[in-house]
Ligand binder design. Structure first.
Ligand code: FES
Length: 169
């Protein structure tokens, strides 16, 4: 199995400015701008907060408030593997809390956190769009479904033992 890991990009003002200008420097476009910046870097760098604030003439504290209010945004780089735990209705009814609990035990990271070795970042999501596989989670967008408690550890082992993951360290 080929496992793609995310590599961290260095924040660049030219890239950040291009995203801001693409949205016509409109204060109402703060959320799409932040989403695009996070898409680019995997998180919202502090430099982007300052740049957006000065370009849109909004206080940095206001941008910070938006980023910390919405759980979709991260202010720190994610780990090598981004795990999204589904808590939609089907997954909730089929054991999403159990999956999240086992995941926290195995990785040491609760939802919204990154493991201390920076390997796994765990996020809570509303639906992964594959409800027939409930309960499920995704790792870097690869879905794993019908998970028993034992399966959670086995899924993570696949990634920790990935040669590609080791090569990037
Ligand atoms: S509810 Fe979990 S994938 Fe839809």
């Amino acid at each position: 199995m080929v496992i793609e890991t995310k590599q961290e990009k260095i924040p660049s003002y030219s890239v950040i400015d291009a995203i801001i200008y693409k949205h016509n420097i409109q204060p109402g476009a703060v959320i799409p701008i932040l989403q695009e910046i996070q898409e680019e870097y995997g998180y919202v760098p502090g430099a982007a907060l300052v740049r957006i604030a000065s370009s849109l003439n909004i206080a940095v504290s206001e941008i910070y408030g938006i980023v910390t209010f919405y759980s979709q945004f991260r202010l720190q780089p994610a780990g090598k593997f981004l795990i999204k735990v589904c808590h939609g209705t089907a997954c909730h009814l089929n054991g999403a809390e159990r999956v999240a609990s086992v995941l926290a035990q195995v990785t040491g990271a609760k939802e919204g956190e990154t493991s201390s070795d920076n390997i796994f970042t765990v996020e809570r999501v509303a639906c992964l769009g594959c409800c027939s596989l409930a309960p499920c989670l995704s790792v870097n967008d690869e879905v794993h479904g019908r998970l028993s408690s034992e399966d959670v550890g086995k899924v993570l082992d696949q990634y920790q033992e990935s040669p590609k993951a080791a090569a990037i360290e």
